[in-house]
Design a protein around this ligand. Structure first.
Ligand SMILES: [Zn+2]
Length: 327
């Protein structure tokens, strides 16, 4: 049981990150390859197969315990159902079946935010909690939920869409067609739009010199340096995220919030306003014992979580066997 490695794949719109991972969550080898998302599913599948082949070529076949893949989009029974706008034709792709057939290794596929959450659950701060949310802040905003110690996927596999929960029902239009979604304010587009508005009022901001190529990262850096416009933007973004999270905490009585994704790497400058807002909008009872932290796994969470897909399956099999013997 303690020997063998897992192939973990973290499929993104830009890169495919892959690694050989031990059962203890050690990443032994790591590599990445361009996804070539604009070229469509055939090319993307080919690129995934390429990295898998590269990783397992020098391994004994029976030492490969399984392949786990985290992919954008809604995933049901190993099939990408849809919802991955950043990869062309990434819809109705029976990815599990394709990879399993090609390599004859048990393969598991789940949504990438779910795999990040599983990574946190087994190897990150989620180890200490049975009821938590892991929010990923980036171009879009997603979340994974662990309830009673289990990842909650929902009826059709798309639980956790916190980015499209409403934080202002008369608010900004969102890409999803609705109004006032959290993502409209705290996703990359919303952050940049808000910064441009504030910049018009305060032209002396240091953001001015990078106005044409602003990114959330540049804004967070400027906020750390004390720039008032950047600080205002980050504060507002944090407030909206806190409101969205408080709704979920109040609904589900969670005891931990883990914040991951690109923008979370800005550190305290984003963490503090989120915490303040969460405190304000969470019920007294819900606030008790609530822990709010940035992810300690960072970008590794997705890769580790894809390995957890395999580990969970193995655990289940051992459990089934035990039950069978007991019977
Ligand atoms: Zn929306």
């Amino acid at each position: 049981m303690d020997r063998g490695v897992i192939v973990g794949i973290d499929l993104g719109a830009t890169f495919i990150k892959a690694g050989l991972i031990t059962q203890n969550g050690q990443i032994i080898t790591q590599l990445q390859r361009l996804t070539e998302a604009t070229q469509g599913r055939k090319k993307v599948v080919e690129n995934i197969a390429f990295v898998i082949k590269h990783l397992i070529d020098n391994q004994k076949r029976d030492s490969i315990l399984g392949i786990g893949i985290g992919s954008p989009g809604y995933v049901l029974n190993g099939q990408i159902v849809g919802g991955a706008e950043n990869i062309k034709d990434w819809e109705n792709v029976p990815l599990r079946e394709i990879i399993e057939k090609r390599f004859s290794v048990p393969t598991f596929v789940d949504n990438d935010v779910n795999t990040v959450t599983l990574g946190e659950k087994v190897f990150g701060l989620g180890k200490r909690s049975k009821n938590f949310i892991c929010i990923t802040l980036g171009t879009g905003i997603g979340a994974g939920l662990v309830l009673n110690g289990q990842l909650y996927r929902g009826a059709r596999g798309y639980a956790g869409e916190i980015g499209h929960t409403t934080v202002d029902y008369k608010g900004w239009l969102c890409n999803c067609g609705s109004r006032g979604c959290l993502e409209a304010y705290a996703g990359t587009e919303g952050i940049l739009a808000r910064a441009q508005v504030l910049l018009k009022k305060t032209p002396q901001s240091i953001l001015r010199k990078s106005q044409e190529r602003l990114t959330p990262k540049i804004i967070c850096e400027a906020a750390k340096k004390g720039d008032p416009v950047a600080q205002e933007v980050v504060k507002e973004v944090g407030e909206y995220i806190g409101v969205g999270l408080a709704n979920v905490v109040n609904l589900l009585n969670l005891d931990r919030v883990i914040i991951g994704g690109g923008i979370s790497q800005a550190g305290r400058v984003i963490l503090e306003p989120i915490k303040a807002s969460l405190k304000r909008y969470t019920l007294n009872l819900g606030r008790k014992g609530l822990k709010v932290n940035l992810s300690i796994l960072g970008a590794r969470a997705g890769l580790l979580g894809s390995a957890v897909l395999v580990l969970e399956k193995m655990e289940q099999e051992v459990k089934n066997e035990r039950e069978y013997l007991h019977f």
